[in-house]
Design a protein around this ligand. Structure first.
Ligand code: SAM
Ligand code: CA
Length: 238
C-alpha cells in the first residue's frame, strides 16, 4: 500500500477539475442528507492515517439510492476498510438482510465497528478477514451460491478487479448490481503514460483494463459514472 499514499488519487476534484464544484456538491447535497451514523464513521475514519482511501460520501449517496431502488437482501462487499460503504449498505437493506464483507485487515474494520454496533446493524454483517479471491472461489464451490447475491460492491485491490468480476458475475443474480469503485483512478485513466507518477501507474493500468473488460462483457449493461473517483455500475443481464 505504501506506494499509493497519494490522496489526490482518490479525490474527485481531479475528475471534476474544480475544487469549488466538489465543495458545492458536498455542501449542498451530500453532507446535509448524510445519515448521522455515516457522518460519525466518516469522522472517525478521518483520524486514520489512511483515512483518505475511504469511499467518498458523494459516491456513497449514489450507492444509497441504488440500494433503495434494488432493495437487496443478500449482498457482498470486497474491500471494507473502516466500513463506510459497509455501514451504508447495512443501513439500506432490510432488517433480515445479510452482507458478506471481505477484507485482509480486521483492524481497520474495527475502527468503524463501534459505530456499526451503535447503529444496530451489526447482525447483518458477516465479516471475513481474508484475501478475497479464495473466499469467492470457495463460495462458488457451492452451486447454491450461484446467482444468489442481489448486490456486490467492489473496492479492494484494483489489480484484481477483472478476477473479482469473473467470480462475482456468477455469484450475483441476473438483474442484480455489481458496483466497482475508483474506476477513473483520479482521472488518470486518460493521462499519457509518462505524465502518470510511478506510484499511480498500477492502479491506473488496472482501471483501464477493467473498464475495457466491462465494455466488452455482454453479460452486463453498465454506466461508467464520474461520481466520486468513478463508479462503474454494472447490471447483470446474462
Ligand atoms: N469500501 C471501503 C470504505 O467504504 O471505506 C474502502 C476500501 S479501501 C479503498 C480498500 C480495502 O481493500 C482495504 O481495507 C484493504 O485492506 C482491502 N484489500 C486490499 N487487498 C485486498 C484483497 N486482496 N482481498 C481483500 N481485501 C483487500
Ligand atoms: Ca474506493
Amino acid at each position: 500500500m505504501e506506494n499509493i499514499k497519494d490522496p489526490s488519487i482518490y479525490r474527485n476534484p481531479v475528475i471534476l477539475q474544480s475544487e469549488d464544484l466538489t465543495k458545492y456538491i458536498l455542501e449542498t447535497a451530500v453532507y446535509p442528507r448524510e445519515p448521522a451514523p455515516l457522518k460519525e464513521l466518516r469522522e472517525a475514519t478521518n483520524n486514520h492515517p489512511w483515512g483518505f482511501i475511504a469511499t467518498l460520501p458523494e459516491a456513497g449517496q449514489l450507492m444509497t439510492l441504488l440500494l433503495k431502488l434494488l432493495n437487496p437482501k443478500k449482498t457482498i462487499e470486497v474491500g471494507v476498510f473502516t466500513g463506510y460503504s459497509l455501514l451504508l449498505t447495512a443501513l439500506n437493506i432490510p432488517h433480515d438482510g445479510k452482507i458478506t464483507a471481505i477484507d485482509i485487515n480486521r483492524k481497520t474494520y474495527e475502527v468503524g465497528l463501534p459505530v456499526i454496533k451503535k447503529a444496530g446493524v451489526e447482525h447483518k454483517i458477516d465479516f471475513i478477514e481474508s484475501p478475497a479471491l479464495p473466499i469467492l472461489d470457495k463460495l462458488l464451490e457451492d452451486p447454491a451460491n450461484e446467482g444468489s447475491f442481489d448486490f456486490a460492491f467492489i473496492d479492494a485491490d484494483k489489480e484484481n478487479y477483472v478476477n473479482y468480476h469473473e467470480r462475482l458475475i456468477k455469484l450475483v443474480k441476473i438483474g442484480g448490481l455489481l458496483v466497482y469503485d475508483n474506476t477513473l483512478w483520479g482521472g488518470r485513466v486518460c493521462w499519457p503514460e509518462d505524465k502518470v507518477p510511478p506510484h499511480a501507474r498500477s492502479g491506473r493500468d488496472a482501471a483501464i483494463e477493467f473498464n475495457k473488460t466491462i465494455t466488452n462483457d455482454s453479460r452486463v449493461e453498465f454506466a461508467l459514472t464520474s461520481v466520486g473517483d468513478g463508479l462503474n455500475i454494472c447490471r447483470r443481464v446474462a
